[in-house]
Design a protein around this ligand. Structure first.
Ligand code: SAM
Length: 251
């Protein structure tokens, strides 16, 4: 990938290098990368985009961002444009998605502030950075609960005090059986579609709120969209929180 800027980081993994052998259960989003945006607009219009972009005005002072599974880079490109001092590390397992991301960032003139890592985020060990922002838009739902737990625990060791974590996700809204049933149906359908298209094996959204809380983050803002089917939330690491030690399943 040509348009990758390197920040002087002696640690492994190196930008743009496959950091580890791909696991058999890694979904292949390459297959849908070029159609992803069109598929999204056809099914949900601009709603997902509203989620992704909602908190960008509140993030313009961030200096170092880790963006996991950003896909075609719509969030990171816009963030780099809005935050002129920000350097972004983008991790994605799909080379095609990363190429789209790089092309998008190049158009904003921010290539020098971008590192890309073609890596399975479940094994990704960040460079020795103190990220003050982590972003996962519609990505944690690609992980099982133990995988999401392990990932948050690992990333937690690489963030600055009071770092923020922005999450967008589908959810089953509380209140009203009809709304909940419809949301459940849509989410089940989406998982089935992505299983068919990409081989994604996950079947349910992990309890990411409980996991973030467990690792010392607290929610600071949370506007819902589409009757609660979509949510974007801003979380902040609480001061003096030691990384969680024991693992347990959360419900
Ligand atoms: C559902 S798409 C979401 C893309 C984008 N964040 C958005 O807001 O639409 C999931 C993205 O995460 C990537 N992904 C899924 N599992 C991954 C993993 N284990 N490691 C790295 N990237 C992964 C896929 O390649 C894809 O780009």
């Amino acid at each position: 990938m040509a348009a990758v800027a390197r920040v002087a980081e002696p640690q492994t993994p190196q930008p743009d290098a496959p950091a580890d052998a791909p696991r058999a259960d890694l979904p292949r989003f390459d297959r849908v990368a070029h159609l992803y945006q069109a598929m999204e607009y056809l099914s949900f219009g601009p709603a997902l985009e509203r989620c992704r972009f909602h908190f960008i005005p509140a993030l313009t002072r961030c200096r170092r961002a880790l963006v996991l599974g950003d896909g075609d880079g719509r969030f990171l490109a816009r963030l780099l444009k809005a935050a002129p001092h920000l350097h972004g590390d983008a991790v994605d397992a799909s080379p095609t998605m990363l190429r789209l991301l790089e092309a998008r960032v190049k158009k904003t003139g921010a290539t020098q502030r971008l590192n890309t890592f073609r890596s399975d985020a479940r094994c990704f060990d960040p460079p020795d950075a103190h990220y003050d922002l982590v972003a996962t838009h519609f990505f944690l739902d690609c992980l099982t609960e133990p995988e999401a737990d392990a990932l948050i625990a690992r990333i937690r060791c690489h963030v600055a005090p009071e770092a923020r974590w922005v999450v967008s996700e589908f959810q089953i809204p509380a209140g009203g059986w009809l709304r909940s049933a419809m949301a459940r149906g849509i989410i089940t359908f989406l998982y089935a579609a992505f299983r068919l298209l990409t081989g994604l094996r996950v079947r349910r959204i992990p309890p990411w709120r409980a996991l973030l809380e467990r690792h010392g983050f607290r929610r600071t803002a949370s506007p819902p969209w589409l009757g609660g089917l979509l949510v974007s939330e801003l979380w902040e690491l609480q001061r003096a929180t030691a990384p969680a030690q024991k693992r347990s399943h959360l419900r």
